[in-house]
Design a protein around this ligand. Structure first.
Ligand code: KG4
Ligand code: ZN
Length: 349
């Protein structure tokens, strides 16, 4: 089974082709994985500008499709399905990916799969690792921070979520305040390597409170106030603040995962999403998993941040279950993995 995956929900235009081997192995093989990061388009604005992102996706998507097919040495007719991120995300970009996938599916008479971007992250670990359902998932990206149990494709129970900002957003803000550029996560991680993680005592929102919810807005404010006092921060202060910030995020994530492992014991803790690329945080999560007799599993660094392979893989998981989508699927700017029993059809932010 070979599926093409298109990802256009934020600032990466990405196309991949993934093959699922015969048999019931949960793992797949990446035949092509091409990506265009719109860093130069957005850098001078210090963040992603939705309209610019949508236009850039439109300009790049055809070329990337050609590149992916060439890399995989395949024709469109040889594919078994066309998947695209159907949401959540910046709606202009999602529309570009969805329309492209629908057009290809229609023209070549292939099944169309509208993939939830969060499900792409949530299942991506199974593309490269032997991980079976159910598992506990920490999903940490630029827009989300959630703990969930994953029972299968489309079958998620949310244990907790952020009540304000996402962890990745907090990394990006910290980098911006310190003039480290965009995207912030990798820059903060690099700077933190030479820093003293004990120098600054920052607040740890939700730490040691019951439950699995997160909060990062107080930490963001504390970083801003610390930077203001340091004006202008020198190189060693920047390194120390990044290291202290990263340790604080590590404390919070580990504490929340400990509660999740207590209330929903699992043999496997999976971490996914852009922030999962952070090696220090992976180390902290490994420690907490081991404390509860679980193993930490994460996708390869390259597959943590947005990519087409995770969308193609989620497409394969859904196609295996016969869950395809109609060509009148409407892109969804909001699309929770677990709408929860109390929502009555109202989509939460
Ligand atoms: O999953 P992703 O690529 O996009 C979303 O779906 O949001 O995640 C992007 C986020 C950004 O906030 C970025 O700063 C963060 O992931 N990130 C990192 C690292 N690499 C990316 N955060 C911490 N450490 C990293 N190495
Ligand atoms: Zn993402």
């Amino acid at each position: 089974m070979r599926v093409l995956g298109i990802e256009t929900s934020c600032d990466e235009t990405a196309v991949a082709i993934v093959e699922a081997p015969a048999g019931d192995s949960p793992m797949g093989r990446i035949l092509a994985n091409v990506i265009y990061s719109q860093l130069t388009e957005h850098r001078r604005f210090g963040g992603v500008v939705p309209e610019i992102a949508a236009r850039a996706h439109l300009e790049r998507i055809d070329g990337l499709l050609v590149d992916a097919l060439a890399e995989a040495k395949l024709e469109l007719g040889e594919l078994d399905g066309i998947a695209a991120t159907g949401g959540p995300g910046l709606i202009g970009g999602v529309m570009v990916g969805v329309m492209t996938a629908k057009a290809l599916a229609f023209a070549h008479d292939k099944p169309f799969l509208a993939v939830n971007h969060l499900e792409g992250h949530a299942l991506s670990v199974r593309l490269t690792e032997q991980v079976t359902f159910p598992y506990l998932l920490l999903l940490v990206s630029g827009g989300h921070c959630q703990l969930l149990t994953v029972h299968g494709p489309g079958d998620f129970r949310q244990l907790g979520t952020t009540i304000d900002d996402a962890a990745g957003e907090c990394f990006d803000k910290t980098a911006k305040l310190l003039g480290l550029g965009f995207p912030g996560g990798p820059a903060v991680e690099r700077a933190a390597m030479d820093g003293d993680p004990q120098r600054f005592a920052l607040p740890r929102p939700m730490w040691r409170k019951p439950g699995c919810d997160f909060s990062f807005s107080g930490l963001k404010t504390a970083v801003r106030q610390t930077v203001e006092k340091l004006e202008p921060p020198d190189k060693s202060a920047i390194a120390d603040l990044c290291a202290s910030f990263q340790r604080t995020v590590g404390d919070v994530l580990a504490d929340r995962c400990a509660n999740a492992l207590t209330s929903a014991p699992s043999a496997t803790l999976v971490v996914a999403g852009g922030v999962a690329a952070n090696l220090y945080l992976r180390g902290r999560l490994e420690e907490v998993a081991a404390r509860y007799g679980a193993r930490l599993v994460a996708p390869p660094i390259k597959l943590c941040t947005d990519n087409g392979a995770m969308i193609a893989w989620a497409g394969i998981e859904r196609l295996r279950l016969g869950r395809t989508d109609a060509l009148d699927f409407k892109p969804r700017p909001r699309w929770p993995l677990d709408p929860g029993p109390s929502d009555h059809g109202v989509v939460r932010v």
